[in-house]
Design a protein around this ligand. Structure first.
Ligand SMILES: [Zn+2]
Length: 213
């Protein structure tokens, strides 16, 4: 069984996840720590629980989800994975930071690609990977059937959906991704999003104003 713990970091209130198994191996999803104190808090948690980071796996490469990547690569020597379709988004990072007036010197490079339909294995546990574009061209979601959760990044939120006005975004594509890959999961699946509080697939089917009916 996998354990999921989250932090909320940076000016965008981004959720960073740690997924760990009973052997204390862990993945880090969307490390958004920006301030030094955020990085310190994160590393203290890893040390306190004696976790062994294996890799960084990102739902997508928007700035608020990658601020902390390079610091973790430097600290743990672990590889950073994204879907290949996120490469242009990652490459635009420096320009985007300049546009928003954000100081960001550590733009990471992708070390490996994560493909749709290719499960990721952490010890004896695995998560399925769905390509769920629309918010970003290479957005992916991580689904764990045993734990009944899906990390959906900025695709689906509690009562909302990801914005589609950024480069590579598309509203119809986003709705289609949600209906095809998220709304076909069991209703009691917990949705862990890139921002805001958790929800369930069942609640979003019933109450999400963008997806009702
Ligand atoms: Zn995003």
């Amino acid at each position: 069984m996998l354990n999921v713990h989250f932090f909320t970091f940076n000016a965008f209130s981004e959720n960073t996840y740690i997924i760990s198994n009973h052997k204390k191996q862990c993945w880090i999803v969307d490390p958004g720590m920006y301030e030094q104190r955020e990085t310190d808090e994160f590393i203290s948690f890893i040390e306190k629980h004696q976790l062994q980071p294996q890799s960084i796996i990102n739902t997508h490469a928007h700035l608020d989800h990658i601020f902390g990547v390079q610091a973790l690569i430097d600290k743990y020597g672990i590889p950073f994975g994204i879907h290949e379709l996120e490469l242009p988004v990652l490459a635009r990072g420096a320009d985007t930071a300049a546009m928003f007036g954000i100081r960001f010197g550590n733009l990471p490079k992708a070390d490996f690609f994560i493909d749709h339909g290719q499960p990721l294995q952490l010890g004896d546990d695995m998560v399925s990977v769905f390509l769920t574009p629309g918010h970003s061209p290479g957005s992916i979601s991580f689904y764990n059937a045993d734990g009944k959760w899906v990390i959906a990044g900025d695709v689906l939120f509690n009562g909302s959906i990801g914005r589609t006005d950024l480069p590579g975004g598309n509203f119809d594509t986003l709705i289609d991704s949600i209906r095809t890959y998220l709304f076909t999961l069991p209703d009691d699946t917990t949705v862990l999003s890139g921002h805001g509080s958790e929800t369930t697939i069942g609640d979003e089917k019933k109450y999400n104003p963008f997806l009702k009916g």
